[in-house]
Design a protein around this ligand. Structure first.
Ligand SMILES: C[S@@+](CC[C@H](N)C(=O)[O-])C[C@H]1O[C@@H](n2cnc3c(N)ncnc32)[C@H](O)[C@@H]1O
Length: 243
């Protein structure tokens, strides 16, 4: 009789945690994100109430979680990736706490870890990058330069969530703030899924290379992208030999 905030993983339904799947299979109500795999939604009990988050505003979701939690039902709020990485899970947990409803948090495999990894990009490859900065590509609306200036100065690998829409602007900002325009960069769309697509090249050509890519997409900038390119080439050669 609790509301469970559960991470569904990055897309591939095999990447939910064992605990997360147990909770989905035992719930009375499942409130799920747009990016959650339909195969995971299908794991809910046949008589569970299924609610897509798609048409709802955040306040309505918070209200539903409180309402069903208060009614004594087992509610699973299934969220893409990890609930607390750019997922508004913190806001939902605060709404539940304010209403006195018990809740738990089950971590998920975030796309910060899974998407570069599925594209064979080792974001902290030893000797190449000793840090990763992750940021929301939407940036700070009233100060667009603040994000790119901080990222360009930070060094190491840069990973941008929700960055595809504004990619051209973000890259110009990074280069204007001192990032070498020849820095290797990649965009990974639909990471971990069979329809995964990767484009890579110098950061100053990235917006053009990625212009036809679908969302969801993650942007990775830094020398580790070249390590990824070598690893994918090696894996493909191996695959060709085995096949
Ligand atoms: C609202 S955020 C949610 C992130 C999620 N909580 C997590 O931990 O991965 C959505 C953004 O995550 C990234 N993303 C999520 N799943 C992805 C995937 N399978 N491939 C590429 N990017 C993904 C994209 O940048 C997308 O715009």
């Amino acid at each position: 009789v609790t509301v469970h905030l559960v991470g569904a993983g990055p897309g591939d339904p095999g990447l939910i945690t064992a605990r997360g799947l147990d909770l989905v299979r035992a719930c009375d109500v499942l409130v799920y994100d747009v990016l959650v795999s339909p195969e995971l939604v299908a794991e809910a009990p046949a008589d569970a109430l299924l609610i897509s988050r798609a048409p709802l505003r955040q306040a309505e979701i918070d209200g539903l979680l409180v309402e069903y939690g208060r009614a004594g039902l087992d509610v699973v709020r299934l969220k893409g990736g990890d609930p607390f990485v750019f997922g508004r899970g913190g806001e939902e947990a605060l709404a539940l706490a304010a209403a006195g409803i018990p809740f738990t948090v089950t971590p998920g495999v975030s796309s910060i870890a899974a998407v570069p990894s599925a594209a064979m990009i080792p974001v902290t490859h030893r000797g190449v990058s000793d840090r990763v900065t992750i940021a929301n590509g939407h940036g700070v609306p009233d100060d667009p330069e603040a994000l790119t200036t901080a990222l360009a100065r930070g060094g190491g690998t840069i990973v941008l969530f929700m960055g595809l829409e504004r990619l051209g602007e973000l890259v110009s900002g990074l280069v204007a703030a001192g990032l070498d325009p020849s820095t290797p960069a990649a965009v990974v769309a639909n990471g971990t899924l069979p329809r995964q697509e990767i484009v890579s090249g110098a950061v100053d050509e990235l917006a053009e290379l990625a212009s036809a890519l679908p969302t969801p997409a993650l942007v990775v900038i830094g020398d580790v992208v070249d390590v990824g390119r070598r690893l994918r080439a090696a894996a493909e050669r191996h695959h060709a030999v085995v096949a």
